[in-house]
Design a protein around this ligand. Structure first.
Ligand code: SAH
Length: 248
């Protein structure tokens, strides 16, 4: 009788422990994982509160930003923060830009449906994915081999078939597919590299953060006669565009 009571008591404690463990795991799981529906809601809120509220108007850009799943392009521990109003670390000392900056640069670049676009600084691949939804084809160069590999993988597996990523130094451009209708730099050179201007088609546009210390976002338009006109948009802070051999 005594023995039976003891067994029952032990079983009861075990059962309670199991429940507590399950409850604990459930809570941690609930905090760590965000459902696809919740991500979608956050994406909509990001579009209205971070982009439209700050003046991004191009409906094609807004639609692309509402569609591309930013959480796929950040490391797993950063996913819960994917739609926050700030840049996020992506490893190797690099960052994925704040959503507003991605949208602003895309709007300034104004990629047309048939445009061939060169991006320098693939990073996570998110900006390339946005460009991929808007342009005909996207060629993206990344100097950090590991980032080039992981961005290429996520872009391929998530169906961005018109985006091609290559490991390489953006200062050398990507001559095989030049000239480009549009060129976007997402790392800041001290001044715009001549090699890249040479790969821009007459009538084309280049958007870049430029400057060694203080940086500005600039838009360069290349007229049909080859002359360039540059205007400054806003002060920005990007990682520097490094030269091969001085890899970050
Ligand atoms: N567009 C990216 C963010 C870019 S961060 C995104 O959407 O996530 C800037 C990137 O430029 C970094 O990954 C950095 O490694 C890369 N970079 C810096 N200098 C470069 C160069 N000379 N050529 C190519 N990529 C470069």
């Amino acid at each position: 009788m005594l023995l039976a009571e003891r067994t029952l008591y032990c079983e009861g404690v075990k059962l309670k422990c199991c429940w507590l463990l399950l409850l604990g795991l459930g809570t941690v799981w609930g905090q760590r994982t965000v459902s696809p529906a919740e991500y979608q809601t956050r994406r909509q809120v990001m579009v209205s509160e971070q982009l439209q509220a700050r003046g991004v108007k191009d409906p094609r850009v807004l639609a692309a930003m509402a569609r591309v799943r930013r959480e796929l392009f950040v490391p797993p521990d950063q996913r819960p923060f994917a739609y926050e109003d700030r840049p996020l670390p992506i490893g190797y000392g690099q960052t994925i830009s704040q959503p507003y900056i991605v949208a602003l640069m895309t709007e300034l670049l104004a990629p047309g449906k048939k445009d061939r676009v060169l991006e320098v600084g693939t990073g996570s691949g998110y900006q390339a994915a946005i460009l991929g939804r808007l342009a005909g084809s996207v060629y993206s160069l990344e100097i950090v081999p590991e980032l080039a590999r992981s961005a290429a993988l996520v872009l391929r597996t998530k169906g961005f078939r018109n985006v091609r990523v290559r490991e390489g130094d953006g200062y050398n451009g990507w001559p095989a597919f030049a000239p480009y209708d549009k060129i976007l730099l997402t790392a800041a050179p001290p001044e715009i590299p001549e090699e890249l201007l040479a790969e821009l088609r007459p009538g084309g546009r280049l958007v870049a953060p430029v400057g060694a210390d203080a940086q500005n976002l600039v838009v360069v338009d290349k007229a049909l006669d080859g002359k360039t006109q540059t205007r400054t948009v806003i002060p920005v802070r990007f990682v520097p565009m490094v030269r091969f051999g001085s890899r970050p």
